[in-house]
Each structure stands twice: as structure tokens, then as C-alpha cells.
Write a protein that binds this ligand. Structure first.
Ligand code: BTN
Length: 259
């Protein structure tokens, strides 16, 4: 682990609670979600964290590749244990926690784009990939993977055109270790709130951070037809509310394309 990260994690030890009580840091691995899923299956506790400098098979939602060049981003995964009723809001909660952590570290306010994108200046800054590791029993074990572009890395041209980074937005350097530590502090606060039943706190902040993107046109596949409408808001169960020419639609699992 880089010394700055060790220092930041030590400084935030009390505020992080269970988050990052153990942090496993890889120079390179396939995907930190793979490492966290294996660990969760082997009994790793709530809050165990897996971080990598580089991922050779980083993945995003819908089977997409998550470009993970060495040292260019924060690539981390956290094992969470939450009650079943909290599962539908875990991705949104993690987005809010990532936004909190970024603001605490840099003063920068990101936007949230349903369901899992961190967004800045019309481009993607990061994303969340939540995967269920185990259900049943007292709670569900979820692996929450968080990827944040930190430096303006040499990305393939098609990705570079759609992506931005914290350093690119701020014009100064950002330490990944400090970002990780503050993200874990925020995650502890938000997970504890969610587990205690404070869905409203998550939904309210998510709605504030997503407000600039509301009103935008979205489209999605519905059987063999493509439908479209305007993003209108977030329902209490985490669904995206879309206004269409024939009325309101609530999107859950489906992937929307923002236009
Ligand atoms: C998305 O926007 O589609 C989600 C991207 C999630 C990327 C992170 S990086 C750390 C963790 N490991 C992975 O392979 N993916 C997530």
C-alpha cells in the first residue's frame, strides 16, 4: 500500500467504523470485485476492502470493460452485509457515498446519473458495480465495486471522449489513498443510515446530485421496440421515473441510454 494511503487510513480509523477494518491492496489483479467475491464466500466480514493499482479485467455493468490503467484510478471493492430490504438501494447508496467522499477530499461536487454513474461536465467520472455475493440468512452479502477516474490516463480514444477524471476537472493532483479513506468514512455513515432504515437520507441526497440531469431524454429497449421519454425523478424504491408521451413509466432493472 502506498504510504499516503496507509497514513490516510490510520488518520480515519475511528470514523471508518467497520469499513476497511481490513484493506487488501494489490499491485495488479483481474478485478477487485473478483477478490471481494471470493473473500465474501470465504466469510470475509462486513466492511472488508480490496483495492488494486491496476486491474487486468476490470468490469462495469452490462458486461462492459472498465479500463483500469495502473495508478490512474481508484479501483476498490467492499464487502457489505445488509438486510434484504436495503438491497435495492445499495447501488444508489454507494453512489451517494462516493460523491460524499469526493467532495470531502477535493471540494468537488459530482453529479449522479441513474443508476450507477458518477458524472462531471457531461462525461463519466466513475461508476458502481454492485454484485450479490450471497442471500438468505440474516442479511445479504453484497460486493460493491467503485471505480473513480483520478488521473487523465491514456485511455482508448472511444473511452477517452466520454470520460473525465478528478484531476482533469480540478487541474491539480488528487491522492488516491486520501480519496479511498474519505470514501470509506462516507460509506460507513451511509451504510449505517441505510441499515438503520434511513432510506430518505440516501434518496434526498441522490435526488439533489441527480437534479442537473433530470429532464434529459432517455431511451430503452422494450421487447423489440425502442421507447423514449424524459427522466423525471427517482421513486422511493430506487426506480427511475420517466415521462413519456403516453404517461409515466418506472424503470427498474432495464438499462437506459441517456441522450
Ligand atoms: C460501471 O460504471 O459500469 C461500473 C464500473 C465499476 C468499476 C469498478 S473498479 C473496481 C471494481 N472492480 C471491477 O472490476 N469493477 C469495479
Amino acid at each position: 500500500m502506498p504510504p499516503e494511503a496507509a497514513e490516510a487510513l490510520a488518520r480515519t480509523r475511528a470514523a471508518r467504523g467497520a469499513m476497511g477494518a481490513t484493506v487488501t491492496w494489490y499491485a495488479a489483479t483481474s478485478s477487485t470485485n473478483d477478490r471481494a467475491s471470493e473473500a465474501a464466500a470465504a466469510g470475509a466480514p462486513h466492511g472488508a476492502v480490496y483495492v488494486a493499482d491496476a486491474q487486468s479485467a476490470g468490469r462495469g455493468r452490462q458486461g462492459r470493460v472498465w479500463q483500469s490503467p495502473a495508478g490512474a484510478g481508484l479501483y476498490c471493492s467492499v464487502v457489505l452485509e445488509v438486510p434484504a430490504r436495503a438491497v435495492p438501494l445499495v447501488t444508489l447508496m454507494a453512489g451517494v457515498a462516493a460523491a460524499d467522499g469526493i467532495r470531502e477530499t477535493t471540494g468537488f461536487t459530482v453529479q449522479l446519473k441513474w443508476p450507477n454513474d458518477l458524472w462531471a461536465d457531461g462525461r463519466k467520472l466513475g461508476g458502481i458495480l454492485a454484485e450479490v455475493a450471497q442471500t438468505g440468512g440474516a442479511g445479504s452479502r453484497i460486493v460493491v465495486g467503485i471505480g473513480i477516474n483520478v488521473t487523465a490516463a491514456a485511455l482508448p480514444p472511444d473511452v477517452a471522449a466520454l470520460a473525465t477524471s478528478l484531476e482533469g476537472e480540478l487541474g491539480r493532483t488528487v491522492d488516491r489513498g486520501v480519496l479511498l479513506a474519505e470514501l470509506l468514512v462516507a460509506l460507513e455513515r451511509r451504510v449505517t443510515g441505510l441499515v438503520a432504515g434511513d432510506e430518505a437520507g440516501i434518496l434526498t441526497t441522490w435526488r439533489e446530485l441527480a437534479a442537473p440531469l433530470m429532464g434529459r431524454r432517455v431511451e430503452w429497449d422494450a421487447g423489440d421496440a425502442v421507447r423514449d421519454g424524459r427522466a423525471a425523478g427517482l421513486a422511493d424504491d430506487g426506480a427511475l421515473i420517466v415521462e413519456t408521451s403516453t404517461g409515466e413509466v418506472r424503470l427498474r432493472a432495464g438499462e437506459v441510454r441517456w441522450r
